[in-house]
Design a binder for this molecule. Structure first.
Ligand code: PLP
Length: 368
């Protein structure tokens, strides 16, 4: 972009140049999402988009708010719902089954009560488990209930046609498809409204005040175009890496379960329950060996608490503490996967042997 500091809202040529970057990015992101460019507003990421819909999308309906969501949503939905609850909204969190999927008949029952909003994630960040989003959207559309999905983990990993789905709002983060961190979009079906979260200028068709993050948006556009051009190749490559990883893990490590393995999952995530292993110690040791994985969502992983996603699926605390999430990128290779499994198998064997010698409270104390 060079030294271009034009404000996209300015009428001079510098502003026009900045607007050009926004226009190109809006069209490239729309191509990846399968929707009209005008239905997208740039945000600082999925957190802001989620908060905008929970705090602003629902307020336009007036009356006492009733918001339906699920127990396994990202913290940016759950904390926003807590806030909405503190403002008088009634919040209903649907449980998930042991495979991580919500019960459609339970959803049908609550949707019959005409809630103000239903917000259900497309893909879970910890397990990769997909919710039946089209069916959920149809259930909501049949009752004219606005439906929002947190699509942060779906974009770039599934072929999406948002414009053809019964979805009113969707949240997206650029860094999930190799764009820059700190930028994303809120998709809004034509005709839907939100009350802006930020008060100020009329940027983004009045849906999001404040000068757009032009360099971030431009980077997101390039990443979206690259992913849209190579989407099926990316999905095949990621699925091949993930399947190779899980097959090798099963062949070389005993007592291992893939959390959510009985459900439809996106192509890049593998959440392993390694019985008898302290997950935090495993994450630390693998990191030292150059293999980066996580115990829970990156946004809460500084907290040594068991994953609420996994306990919501019925795992007890010990099993949740013994679970670790691996995510694969298009930049990974089969060789790296094989190396990761070798190191993982050796580390798991060491930790299990050590666990047999130590009392459980000493095992949990081995935290970096
Ligand atoms: C499902 C989901 N929703 C929302 C977010 C928040 O995205 P951001 O931190 O980019 O706002 C994330 C990020 O990890 C996520 O995985």
């Amino acid at each position: 972009m060079g030294a271009e500091f034009g404000n996209p809202s300015s009428s001079h040529s510098g502003g026009a140049a900045a607007r050009g970057y926004l226009r190109a990015a809006r069209s490239d992101v729309a191509r990846l999402l399968g929707c009209a460019p005008e239905s997208l507003s740039f945000t600082s990421g999925a957190t802001e988009a989620n908060n905008t819909v929970i705090a602003g999308g629902t307020l336009v309906r007036g009356d006492r708010l009733r918001i339906v969501s699920s127990a396994v949503e990202h913290s940016s939905i759950l904390r926003a719902l807590e806030w909405a609850g503190s403002q008088g909204a009634e919040v209903v969190l649907l449980p998930v089954n042991r495979h991580g999927v919500i019960d459609l008949s339970a959803l049908r029952d609550v949707v019959a009560g005409a809630p103000s909003l239903v917000s259900i994630q497309w893909v879970n960040s910890e397990t990769g488990v997909m919710q039946p989003i089209s069916e959920i959207g149809r259930l909501c559309a049949d009752r004219a209930v606005p439906f929002h999905t947190d699509a942060a983990q779906a974009v770039g990993k599934l072929p999406l046609r948002l414009g053809e789905e019964p979805i009113d709002y969707a949240s997206v983060s650029a860094h999930k498809f190799h764009g820059p961190q700190g930028v994303g979009v809120l998709y809004m079906r034509p005709g839907r409204r939100v009350r802006p979260l930020l008060h100020g200028g009329a940027q983004e068709a009045g849906r999001r005040a404040g000068t757009e993050n032009v360099p971030g948006v431009a980077g997101m556009g390039v990443a979206a175009a690259l992913r849209a051009d190579g989407l099926s190749e990316a999905i095949c490559a990621l699925a091949a890496l993930r399947d190779r990883f899980e097959a090798a893990v099963r062949a070389s490590i005993r007592d291992v379960t893939v959390n959510g393995g009985g459900s439809p999952r996106v192509c890049n995530t593998s959440n392993l329950l390694l019985h008898g292993v302290d997950g935090q110690a495993l994450v630390a040791r693998l990191d030292q060996a150059g293999i980066q994985c996580s115990q829970t969502s990156a946004c809460v992983s500084h907290r040594p608490e068991p994953s609420y996603v996994l306990t919501s699926m019925g795992l007890d605390e010990t099993a949740a503490y013994s679970s670790v999430r691996f995510s694969f990128s298009t930049a990974n290779t089969a060789h790296e996967v094989d190396h990761a499994v070798n190191v993982l198998a050796a580390t798991v064997a060491q930790l299990r042997a050590q666990g047999r010698r130590l009392a459980p409270n000493r095992i949990m104390a081995e935290v970096p």
